[in-house]
Design a protein around this ligand. Structure first.
Ligand SMILES: NC(=O)c1ccc[n+]([C@@H]2O[C@H](COP(=O)([O-])OP(=O)(O)OC[C@H]3O[C@@H](n4cnc5c(N)ncnc54)[C@H](O)[C@@H]3O)[C@@H](O)[C@H]2O)c1
Length: 277
């Protein structure tokens, strides 16, 4: 059993989906959780974002595991708000040991010259700038414990491959890898490890919506999940369309725990081998 007793984790994008699964996994291992999510509305997304109600649900479920949970309504595009959330974390919980920069959005355009400017700005703002703001605010507190720590940046298959139709998303998710490598070099001397996780086709609202299905089934006007399943399954040699978030959480848990003491600077795929397919 990977133990996180007495540790405090900040997880962005924790209202639902993978972020919620990570909160529950880390709490089950003994960590107290700060769950941040519920951003300002963003025009142009093809699916809804997490809400304060979702955040309350995450909080309730963490508390049912016997751990403390502080929900924070936060937009990671707002560097000042991220700074305040981190301060609030440390005031409420006393320390900060684990950071999971998970908040992200998705958008696409068939070819890159068709991608609208706002979409580029929003995706890079959330998926790259937001990760930097989170790390910048968190690191002084993680270092202050003097006991090392773990910073986990959620990238993607798109942080490994040049996925067509996903220019902004792919650029941002590659950017996160560059940031991780710098951080792993800078903070190793303090015993802080920094890694990226590269999920693919995780069964959450981000990818289970009609717009995504249409990328795989442009021949249909209103494709359904069933219509898109074979195409999702074709992305990996396991032939599975979706991976349950808990499998990404297992990777987060390993990287958060002392069992990964000298694992740093790694890009860990949770993609059923899609990256090498
Ligand atoms: N689902 C997949 O197949 C997949 C694959 C690879 C990588 N990822 C990455 O995994 C992470 C989690 O995604 P998910 O699959 O759980 O999707 P999701 O949409 O269910 O969850 C993402 C969460 O991030 C929050 N968020 C978005 N923008 C935010 C902002 N500006 N400030 C604060 N919170 C914000 C959303 O409200 C949402 O709750 C993301 O970084 C995503 O890019 C997902």
């Amino acid at each position: 059993m990977l133990a996180l007793d007495g540790r405090v984790a900040l997880i962005t994008g924790a209202a639902r989906g993978q972020g919620r699964a990570h909160a529950l996994a880390l709490a089950a291992a003994g960590a107290d959780i700060v769950a941040a999510d519920a951003p300002r509305p963003m025009d142009g997304l093809s699916y809804p974002l997490g809400t304060e109600d979702d955040l309350r649900d995450t909080t309730k479920r963490v508390e049912e595991l016997g751990r403390r949970c502080v929900p924070i309504a936060l937009d990671v595009r707002d560097a000042d708000a991220v700074g305040e959330a981190v301060e609030q974390t440390v005031i409420s919980m006393g320390s900060l040991d684990i950071v999971v920069a998970n908040a992200g959005i998705f958008s696409h355009s068939l070819e890159t010259h068709e991608l609208d400017m706002q979409s580029w700005v929003d995706v890079t703002d959330v998926n790259l700038n937001g990760v930097f703001y989170t790390v910048k605010a968190a690191m002084p507190h993680v270092l202050r414990t003097g006991e090392g720590g773990s910073v986990i940046l959620i990238s993607s298959l798109a942080g490994t491959k040049g996925l067509a139709s996903l220019a902004a998303y792919t650029a941002a998710k590659h950017g996160v890898v560059g940031l991780m490598k710098v951080l792993a070099n800078e903070y190793g001397k303090y015993g802080v490890r920094v890694n990226t996780i590269h999920p693919n086709a995780i069964g959450t609202e981000m990818v289970q919506n009609e717009t995504l299905y249409k990328i795989f089934r442009p021949d249909l006007e209103h494709p359904t999940l069933d219509d898109a399943l074979p195409a999702f399954a074709g992305m990996n040699p396991f032939g599975i369309p979706f991976i349950d978030p808990v499998h990404v959480s297992n990777a987060v848990l390993f990287l958060a725990s002392a069992e990964s003491l000298y694992v740093s600077g790694a890009q860990l795929p949770v993609d059923a081998a899609a990256a090498i397919a």
